[in-house]
Design a protein around this ligand. Structure first.
Ligand SMILES: [Zn+2]
Length: 318
């Protein structure tokens, strides 16, 4: 073998650890380099392939995990929304109750339904109407906020409303009771003239005077209204008849107990139209005027007492 040929070759020896023949072969340097280059290329390509596959795979796992999380969150939101929907329905029913009470109060005070300006400012029901509904809130909040926040905000608002409701309900109930009581009081309170006749005049006012019969200086405990015999006498407020008959100097007299410590006395009548225990309302005919008892001419003596003490009836008439 020539030196040049030897220079282009290399010897590969495989030496066994135990027994055996030493394997020795010669290959050209070029072939050896070619084999090494080929093997390295294979290794590089497969490594790159593996890295690419691994990267893609981990991305998919991440996406799947994300989807799972989103699905879970969606389920959670769905459940929360279901609960909120139920809660809001309950609240709606309770608000309806409040609105009904409100309507009843309006009816009790003969509320003018044409006056919409006042309606918007004072009515509880309208306040509720003007508030954004839960659905509206969602639409408003949807702009730039995530669903979780919407649910949380709605939850908080519902909780606030829920806490407010029992107090409002009690307040309205109390208001309604007060209105009913006040209406009763207004119906009972002596108001206006006990006579509707046009030809009437006050002949003697409430207060100290020289008595027309006895000549003594005494207090006159009512109003004397001069009218002709047989003029209709009306109850000036709702109440119960506690006296209907002869009463000393009063002659034929009617007494109405209006409650609230208020009583009215109608004296010197010719004929009486009610009996003890009768219930009357303002405007009912209770007697016909006359000149009975200690009286110098046909007139009605009209008296109002508060807890048994006579007061000037004039402010109650006008
Ligand atoms: Zn009198």
């Amino acid at each position: 073998m020539s030196y040049d040929k030897q220079k282009k070759q290399i010897t590969i020896k495989i030496i066994p650890h135990v027994d055996g023949k030493l394997i020795s072969f010669k290959i050209s340097k070029f072939l050896f380099k070619s084999i090494i280059t080929f093997l390295l290329t294979i290794l590089l390509v497969s490594s790159l392939g593996f890295l690419f596959y691994y990267n893609q795979n981990s991305k998919s796992v991440k996406i799947i995990n994300n989807l799972k999380h989103v699905k879970y969150k969606n389920e959670e939101l769905k459940n929360k929304l279901h609960i909120l929907s139920k809660e809001s329905q309950k609240l709606k029913a309770e608000f309806k109750e409040i609105q009904d009470t409100n309507q009843e109060i309006k009816r009790l005070i003969n509320y003018d339904s044409d006056n919409t300006q006042v309606n918007k400012k004072t009515s509880v029901g309208s306040d509720i109407d003007s508030r954004p509904t839960i659905a509206n809130q969602n639409y408003q909040l949807n702009l730039g906020k995530n669903n979780n926040q919407i649910v949380n905000n709605t939850e908080n608002r519902l909780a606030e409303l829920k806490a407010l409701l029992p107090k409002k309900k009690i307040e309205l109930k109390e208001l309604k009771d007060s209105v009913i009581k006040y209406k009763d009081y207004l119906a009972a309170k002596p108001t206006g003239w006990p006579l509707k006749a046009k030809e009437k005049r006050i002949t003697s006012y409430f207060g100290y005077r020289t008595h027309p019969v006895t000549g003594e200086r005494t207090i006159h405990e009512g109003l004397d209204i001069g009218v002709w015999y047989g003029t209709k006498v009306y109850a000036t407020g709702a109440g119960r008849i506690t006296h209907s008959g002869w009463k000393g100097g009063y002659g034929k007299a009617v007494i109405i107990d209006h409650g609230y410590g208020l009583k009215t006395i109608y004296a010197h009548n010719r004929r009486l139209n009610v009996r003890v225990g009768d219930k009357v309302k303002r405007g009912d005919i209770i007697a016909y005027s006359g000149n009975s008892g200690r009286s110098t001419g046909p007139h009605l003596h009209y008296e109002i007492t508060i807890n048994g003490k006579p007061i000037d009836p004039l402010p109650y008439i006008k």
